[in-house]
Design a protein around this ligand. Sequence first.
Ligand SMILES: [Zn+2]
Length: 296
Amino acid sequence: MTPSSGRMMGKVLWSEMFPYEIKQKIKECPVVYLPLGICEPHGQISAFGLDTIKAEWLCTMAASRVGGVVAPSQSYHIHETGYHARWLEDVIGETNPHMTSMPPHVVLHFFLYQLRAFVNSGFKAIIVISGHSGGNQVDLRRAAELFMQISPVRIWVVSDPELVAGQYIGDHAGKYEISQLKYLRPDLVNLPLHLFEQEAGSGGKFAVGVDAHDATTLEGEQIMHACLETVCRKAEELNREVAHLPLLSRLTYSPIETLWQSLLAQKEEWITSNPHTDQKPVSEMSQWKTYENFRI
Ligand SMILES: [Zn+2]
């Protein structure tokens, strides 16, 4: 998994750096990358952490090529609520999904504090890459927009299918995602077809896509490198944009809590709060019914 072009720049993980190293990195390129994912079902045939694994790869590779620092991953994400509920009924049914799911208000509140931590550490641009997509990134962008009203920091939130829009169509554990994992971690994909039909009550498929068996390593390589090109271009652009900015003011808890109250006031508009208008209602007896209309 070495980049096909570009310069390698040594350590990129915040967690592995010494103080003098992070100071130098920030001086050269004050961009921080946050990989977001989740553990959720991707069929009987692949690993739960697919979404996190691809986000981490993109962040690490982009930081190696362009510069900047990769923040610790977050592998807990919004699921279950709103439109997820009917989807889970359809693809998981009543079985245990073994997910690291969080409700939207917990993730979004925490996200504001993650952004604060990055600004306070000296970063001037933040790239958030979510391997878990389908709508949550829209709510994260809403939070990021609010944050940029109180700080000149530049924040870009994107999911991996958005990085290759027009080139590839993202999916859930189908040809697109299973190809990605076959390229990144072939040891975490196992494609014998009989495994598709196991686990009564999971629809037999445990959320696998119908075309997962068409996944190839080559397709995964092409998708991941197309995603990476977009991230690198954006990172370079953001690095140029923030070059003129002085060190950003550090933020206390108070302005974050004010932001949080504004965001919370919009909770019924969060995309993860409600079903999509074209979705059938969740069945009354489904384990997912309680999450269909998220209200706190
Ligand atoms: Zn996925």
